[in-house]
Design a protein around this ligand. Sequence first.
Ligand SMILES: [Zn+2]
Length: 374
Amino acid sequence: MKYCKQCLMPDTRPGITFHDDGVCSPCHNYEKQKITDWGNRTKEFEVICDKYRGKYGNGYDCAISVSGGKDSHFQVWYMKEVMGMNPVLLSVGNIDWTDTGRKNIANLSDTFSCDIISIMPNHHVARLLSKKAFIEIGSPTWYADALIYAYPYRMTMQLGLHLLVYGENVNYTYGGKYNIETASAKLQAKNDVVKPVWNQWLQDGQLTEKELESAKQPTLDECEKYGLEPIYLSYFVPWDSHRNYEQAKRWGFRHLSHEYTREGTIEQYNQIDSIGYLLNQYLKYPKFGHASATEMASRWIRSGIATRDEMILHVKKHDKILDQGIVDSFLDFTGMRPSEFWKTIDKWYNPKLFYQDKWGIWHEKFEVGVGIKQ
Ligand SMILES: [Zn+2]
């Protein structure tokens, strides 16, 4: 296990690459933003927006995939106020919305005067797959993630629109398999967030292909034949999630602290529309030895708002904690018993990074920021 010399991201993150200087690609990609010719990128973006602005009369010019979060506020502000587009917002609802999440998505519509078209996930499928995907592939939010990647593509085409706007390229910005900077988001579904295990869910006959269809992203071929143009806004405008948060507050975005205090995170502004969703974030800890605190600490270090040394203690303290509310909400929704839940968590511990003592408690074999203890 090797850590980036600049931030706190370890090489156990799937797909992440390190340069010869011992610094991870996300850090290098963040720095690259400082020498990017943004004037030129803006011109490229103007050409794209000009193609669609007013093309459908008084109808929508484009669609934006939103959750209602800080990045969504930035995206909608940029598309509507800066680029002068008339967007429709496409969102996937949560099974367990927080009040803050509901207020934030309503605020997007209110502040920027936009229509929102939302899909409410199929509760029956969500209940079955939360448990199944947790036990079988360690990804309890597989169904929600699949919908988030599929629904905006499908709906944009059903609305007869062509330009679909996403925020950042997750693999390029934070590390992952498809680490190439592109304006186009057409290969987004291949970024490994949603494992391609569709057939696995059909084997025991509890679900049918029809029930999963809405969560399937249209193929590349279908998108190309239709002429869909999905793009990452992060290609055209510098991307910084903390800056997005600071800016979103000015448009009425609210953090979670006044409703709920999360355990295991160092902030209360990222992925706050659902509590249960964070089980997926937490599972990175037993699998890869890093979770939400490492991710956010690394972003802050890159932005220069904290130092690597300052963040080590926070990561050590928070990443290992699974919020009690996440457990409660997951057990309640899936009907799992606590012992079954924790046995499943045990299954996802990587023995190269952790050992279990005779009491069943797991311990780290690594030192945050350093690597495996000698
Ligand atoms: Zn780094």
